[in-house]
Design a protein around this ligand. Sequence first.
Ligand SMILES: Nc1ncnc2c1ncn2[C@@H]1O[C@H](COP(=O)(O)OP(=O)(O)OP(=O)(O)O)[C@@H](O)[C@H]1O
Length: 260
Amino acid sequence: MSFERLHCENLQYIWPSSTASFGPLTGSFQPGAITALIGPNGAGKSTLLRLLGGYLKPTSGSVYYGDSALLDIAASARANLVTLVSQLMPLGFDLTVAEILNLGKLPSMSWKTRITGDTAPQIGPVLEQLGLSAFHDRSYRSLSGGEQQRTLLGMALVQNTPVLLLDEPTAHLDPGHAQAIIHVLEDLAHVHGKTVIMAYHDLATVGLFADHIWLMQHGQVSLAASPEQVLVSPLLEQVFHTTLQRISHPVSGKMIVLAL
Ligand SMILES: Nc1ncnc2c1ncn2[C@@H]1O[C@H](COP(=O)(O)OP(=O)(O)OP(=O)(O)O)[C@@H](O)[C@H]1O
């Protein structure tokens, strides 16, 4: 299924067991661009990602992929449209790194290929891209947090959907691996035209790669604009309740925001 853009219309979610609520939110995400969701803990970033992926059913309003409401799209078709890489969760069972990456291929495989197919051609390049080739046969549970995070991202890359939702994809990574993952995401958006939406906490680096930033608090989007517009806004200090310093990157001139 192809679609023009991902859009949400009056999207609202009320948690049944708490006073927290999300939205209502109306807005669009651009294909071929990275949108970073920033905001303090509890702002609603993960909730928005789960609504956009169809993992939470909105209390009211809808998410549209082109003209189709997400919840009207069959689950099997949805799995070829969007994937969500969540924050790390312990697996209730153990698989190898290669087996987890293979799971990403299932939605696009026929039953016959699932039984007889060789997925090595698809997973090999992704293992290499994420620096996981040496971990091919390692048990997922035996990996460090950063290695597990790269494995889960690998499954999403193998799934190869036009929309990629990521919940803090670099949270457990050292600076070198974090930078490598950001380059992979830039390539997916800017070269392969994917819609990349990610919750992200690092104000120092978000302005270096994001094309759009949505600043969130209390389940609402307070400002959605370019990094140049969002990162200079005094709203940033209000939302994060801290003093911030802004400096320009010495080479690109892009904005780096530091909490002092
Ligand atoms: N399962 C749940 N039941 C009740 N309330 C929830 C549940 N999950 C999240 N919430 C509430 O919804 C609000 C938004 O949470 P969400 O996880 O979307 O925030 P976030 O911006 O991703 O935060 P963080 O930066 O800490 O990951 C919070 O107030 C949270 O307590």
